[in-house]
Design a protein around this ligand. Structure first.
Ligand SMILES: [Zn+2]
Length: 366
């Protein structure tokens, strides 16, 4: 757990907006390299590594996205203040008074602050209003547009919440980009364990790009890798706070979770109903290993697996994850014990995918 804490913290502190994943990709490639795992990146920027196994067993693609939500510069005002567009599902009510990093390239960042109107001048009618993002601006300290431009800020420059890790009580961690650096950290730990395993299917590890933008990278990787099984790792909505109580029974620290149904329902009409062979596999593995496996069912959620399951002749897909609170805000919270449980569940489950493992739906009672 100590190693996972260090790895997750390291990944959470790397700014990598959707479409600009180079920094986190290089860090993950380095981590894989220290395990002796060679990785490659494709033209859209996915990082892919393959752990060879029984060629007769179904092939697995285990994937998580390495990008994060954020903002991009839309316009620099004459007075040097910066206007932005959102990239991904950024909640506007979480933006004012946040510190941000404006990522000007080559690993260099310029700090900034998202303005919040002086309280002393805030009228009664403004107090409870959420400002739409076009009304917000970032103050990076510049007095004129020319100064901001000279510092490397221009239209299109990516911006992220200032990376942060907060060590909370017990095994809980708060901070930026828990979504989905925690998934990436779990894949690295799964890879470490699978390397030691003598019985394993060929397993492709994919750290995908542009999930938060519009679910782009993983589909491309799946087309090329042509897996039989796709296992997607990401946040699962924790519902153990008062504001979420009616949505389910997912407890932070209660163990990893499996999604039985997700549907976006806004914008895209897509989602994932998992393949029964994989539901059975992970349910039985969890029971056999004494791992508490929670069940999640959410409308409003969409993951890469919605598209990955449709490539080529179809891929048996499932969403697994870890409970997370306050998703897409600048400070999300997860529990390391859930990540440890998820790692064990994946290693033991993937080891059970051998040449007798059937993906025939008629072999799985529903
Ligand atoms: Zn995510």
């Amino acid at each position: 757990m100590k190693r996972l804490r260090a790895l997750l913290s390291k990944l959470m502190l790397i700014p990598s907006l959707s479409g600009y994943e180079g920094r986190v990709r290089r860090a993950i490639a380095d981590e894989l390299g220290t395990l002796g795992i060679a990785s490659r990146s494709d033209r859209v920027g996915n990082l892919i590594a393959t752990i060879d196994g029984d060629a007769e067993a179904p092939r697995v693609m285990l994937f998580a996205h390495m990008d994060q939500i954020g903002l991009v510069v839309r316009k620099i005002e004459a007075n040097g203040l910066v206007r932005v567009e959102r990239l991904g599902g950024v909640p506007e009510k979480a933006l004012p008074s946040q510190s941000v990093l404006i990522c000007i390239g080559k690993g260099r960042d310029v700090p900034g602050v998202i303005a919040n109107k002086s309280h002393h001048a805030t009228g009664q009618d403004e107090k409870y209003r959420v400002l739409p993002y076009p009304e917000l601006y970032i103050d990076a300290g510049f007095g004129a547009a020319a100064d901001a431009l000279a510092a490397g800020i221009d239209v299109g420059t990516p911006i992220v919440y200032e990376p942060k890790v907060v060590a909370l009580a017990g095994d809980r961690i708060g901070g930026t980009s828990v979504d989905d650096r925690a998934g990436c950290a779990v894949i690295i730990e799964v890879a470490r364990a699978l390397l030691q395993s003598s019985r394993r299917p060929t397993t492709h590890l994919v750290f995908s790009v542009q999930e938060e933008f519009n679910l782009r990278g993983a589909t491309t990787a799946a087309r090329v890798l042509a897996p039989d099984i796709a296992i997607q790792l990401d946040i699962v909505l924790a519902t153990d706070t008062p504001d979420m109580a009616t949505r389910g029974d997912i407890r932070l620290g209660g163990g990893p979770a499996m999604s039985l149904y997700s549907f976006h329902g806004r914008g895209t009409l897509n989602g994932t109903i998992p393949h029964p062979a994989l539901v059975n596999l992970f349910s039985e593995t969890a029971a056999g290993e004494g791992i508490g496996l929670q069940k999640s069912l959410q409308i409003g959620i969409l993951t890469d697996s919605s598209y990955v399951q449709l490539v080529n002749g179809g891929v048996a897909a499932i969403d697994l994850g870890f409970p997370t609170r306050y998703t897409h805000s600048s400070l999300e919270i997860c529990d390391l014990s859930d990540l440890v449980g998820l790692t064990r569940l994946l290693v033991k489950g993937i080891e059970r995918i051998d040449r007798t493992f059937s993906l025939d739906r008629d072999d799985h009672m529903q």
